[in-house]
Design a protein around this ligand. Structure first.
Ligand SMILES: [Fe+2]
Ligand SMILES: [Fe+2]
Length: 384
């Protein structure tokens, strides 16, 4: 049996990792590749404080259903600093008959002989370098290790797409789409746990997690994720959309609380139907309690449940993200998502029309602004 290990912090595992590992597995006819998630370094936190347990779980999720690729927690079960030579030793004990390989990034090749107990390291596994070799010195270094240590090193030339974990973290922070960078399950996990946000946004997320209850909190993070996807599609400001999405339901607490907030804020809700109230009250709460001053963000929170004529891009993103986030499931949802792929306006039109059908069926009130918004968008898109 041929087994390879591929170590790293995987914070988070991305599509590039998966592609490279699959290609290596094929090229070297490997039976299994163990993605070895590195332990939290002692005395210092890994980027954004995402624990080893979470990084392992994301790796598991990403590799689910992919034959021959597995997340491995061997290094997490060992206290203290993990040396690759020790991990390979453990693998030899676990799989005494296996031929062991160790995948490394091409950039690490030059310093391989400085790794802990290098002579033993080279005895315990064959090495496969992946990624772009940046110079001819790689082959020269490999040749020295072959001569000095009898090392078995292959510079595979296998490269993946230009993706890094840093790119994923930055995109999340900036409110940009990550679906091309990580698998669907990993994206869901990142947003549900609120990883890679700035401290300022993270403080708001934590507070809402406590206030909203699990279901509404998960919906909220789903809206944050969908807002990022829509933002990247139409080129809006990701950070603004992120904050608006995060706070869109910040006033959707008990009805008593909604009433008392409206009272305190001096908002007259006597003419409003209940499901609408948390929009305007939420916008005011975002301003007073969460320090939001941006008019576009406040507007998006304000009108997310009914729409309004003259909707701006942020209004549309939050309205739509609220209705089509990945956690939703209802009849007609797929149709709205397909329309959204044409354009934001197409999505909003489909979504309003779907909502109108639902309200009519149940004999419920339709807000005049909803109808005005629909008419305006339809006219505009007819002209275009
Ligand atoms: Fe809402
Ligand atoms: Fe919502």
């Amino acid at each position: 049996m041929r087994i390879a290990m591929f170590g790293g912090s995987f914070n988070p595992i991305h599509r590039g990792h998966i592609e490279i590992v699959r290609a290596v597995r094929e090229m070297f006819s490997l039976d299994r590749v163990l993605i070895m998630v590195a332990n939290d370094p002692p005395h210092k936190q890994i980027a954004d404080g995402v624990s080893a347990a979470h990084r392992l779980e994301m790796t598991r999720i990403a590799l689910e259903g992919i034959e021959g690729l597995e997340a491995c927690d061997l290094e997490l079960r060992r206290p203290g600093k993990s040396y690759t030579v020790d991990t390979l030793g453990e693998l030899h004990e676990l799989y005494p008959d296996a031929e062991l390989y160790c995948m490394i990034g091409a950039d690490m090749l030059l310093t391989l002989d400085t790794w802990h107990n290098a002579p033993e390291l080279f005895r315990r596994a064959k090495f496969i370098a992946v990624g772009r070799p940046d110079s001819g010195s790689m082959e020269a270094a490999a040749e020295i290790f072959r001569r000095e240590y009898g090392a078995d090193i292959t510079i595979s030339g296998i490269t993946g797409p230009d993706i890094s974990s840093t790119m994923v973290r930055t995109a999340v922070e900036m409110g940009e789409d990550i679906s091309h960078l990580v698998t669907d399950g990993v994206a869901e996990y990142i947003y549900r746990h609120g990883f890679y946000l700035t401290d300022e946004v993270e403080a708001i997320r934590k507070r809402l997690q406590q206030e909203l209850g699990q279901k509404r909190y998960e919906h909220t993070m789903g809206v944050v994720r969908m807002a990022a996807e829509l933002t990247s599609m139409c080129g809006a400001d990701g950070k603004k959309a992120q904050l608006a999405a995060l706070l869109h339901d910040c006033a959707k607490l008990s009805w008593d609380k909604q009433q008392s907030m409206a009272d305190e804020y001096g908002i007259d809700i006597s003419d409003m139907h209940r499901p609408i109230v948390h929009g305007p009250v939420g916008a005011e709460r975002a301003r007073r309690e969460f320090g939001v001053t941006d008019a576009e963000i406040l507007s998006a929170i304000d009108c997310h449940s009914v729409c309004k004529p003259g909707m701006g891009i942020l209004d549309k993103i939050v309205y739509l993200a609220d209705k089509i986030e990945h956690g939703r499931s209802y009849e007609g949802l797929e149709g709205i998502r397909q329309e959204t792929e044409k354009s934001l306006d197409h999505g909003v039109i489909a979504c309003i029309e779907h909502g109108l059908g639902y309200l009519k069926e149940r004999g419920e009130h339709v807000h005049p602004n909803t109808l005005l918004a629909l008419e305006e968008l339809k006219n505009k898109n007819r002209e275009a």
